[in-house]
Ligand binder design. Sequence first.
Ligand SMILES: Cc1ncc(COP(=O)(O)O)c(C=O)c1O
Length: 408
Amino acid sequence: MNNQDLLEISEKFGSPVYVYDAEKIISQYNRLTSAFSGVKNLRIHYAVKALSNISVLGLFQQLGAGLDTVSIQEVKLGLEAGVDPANIIYTPNGVSLEEIEAVAALGVQINIDNLSILEQFGTRNPDVPVCIRINPHVMAGGNTNISVGHIDSKFGVSIHQIPHLLRIVENTGMHINGIHMHTGSDILDIEVFLYASEILFETARNFKDLEFMDFGSGFKVPYKEGDIETNIEELGGKLTAKFKSFCKEYGRDLTLAFEPGKYLVSEAGKFVARVNVIKQTTSTVFAGVDSGFNHLIRPMFYGSRHEIHNLSNPEGKERFYSVVGYICETDTFASNRRIPEIKEGDLLAFSNAGAYCYSMASNFNSRYRPPEVLWYNGEAHLIRKRETFEDILRGQVKLDLSALKETV
Ligand SMILES: Cc1ncc(COP(=O)(O)O)c(C=O)c1O
């Protein structure tokens, strides 16, 4: 998918628009599975929260991946896409017992991350196998909002509570078939990940009937040229060796599972927006686009960097711009960024727009969410329509307030 393709897609479907390159998703998936080809039983559960369009879920199903889900709605999307419930894991946090039981009834693997719900679930459903999410208290992840394995994190059962956990398992008679961790996103240091995996192995020794170990995700992808990324091949080699020797000691070949979101879809996505206005102030040149944090919130939420290319003038002389949105809040995509000269009407492409962009989009300022397009086999396929005013009104109830005037 090149610049010209993106320009044509934006002309055809309008702006702003999200475009995902299926080839890139497939190559990331193949790269990950190749890195772990030494593992006998490998399972990749794509993290639906990153990008939840059912055509993308269907693509993963075709590739042989399962899904990692965090809500019953994500589970239902997966089923709608044709994924076998046995290939879906559900890792909720702070979710009600009722929802967890409803998901279990669909035949999905349950992953519980706190002792209170574990005890209630195990007492009421001793025959349903359960995975436990532990918190290894390892500080990994690129930003406090995405670093979830540390001591103050709300996620997972603390490794200091393993004796309590074992008492619950014994008293309820429940069956623990998996053990899980997810330390956070954007892991820079493989050694930190491997250290956390040692803690997972240590925890696993307490359970005699495990079928799988899930090492979560958090692989870092590059955001700009020369950017650091998780060396997946090195991680594959090192973790495979550790996993194999653990399985030998354990006496059984377990399944090794991962649940990446960003690694699989981030780089495949481009978000294209049109420049509405160039505003020159005394200190800055603003390029104001027909979008905002209602469509791409990551720069404001995580301080993440998205490369911005001027599709309409790729070879132009570079100038400094602050690229901002049209939202009535400060919504700065990039400050003083060097970009080929921008004119009003130009189309800008934001990179790394596959993960946590559409899935975090909203209708703030009553704006429509943009369409999604999958670039597949050299052709653009619309996989979600642009919203319309009917979508903004949907579910709203217009009260008859005409009597109010008489009472005030
Ligand atoms: C439990 C769990 N698994 C997997 C993921 C996916 O992480 P990433 O997109 O960094 O691969 C997340 C991200 O929030 C998560 O919370």
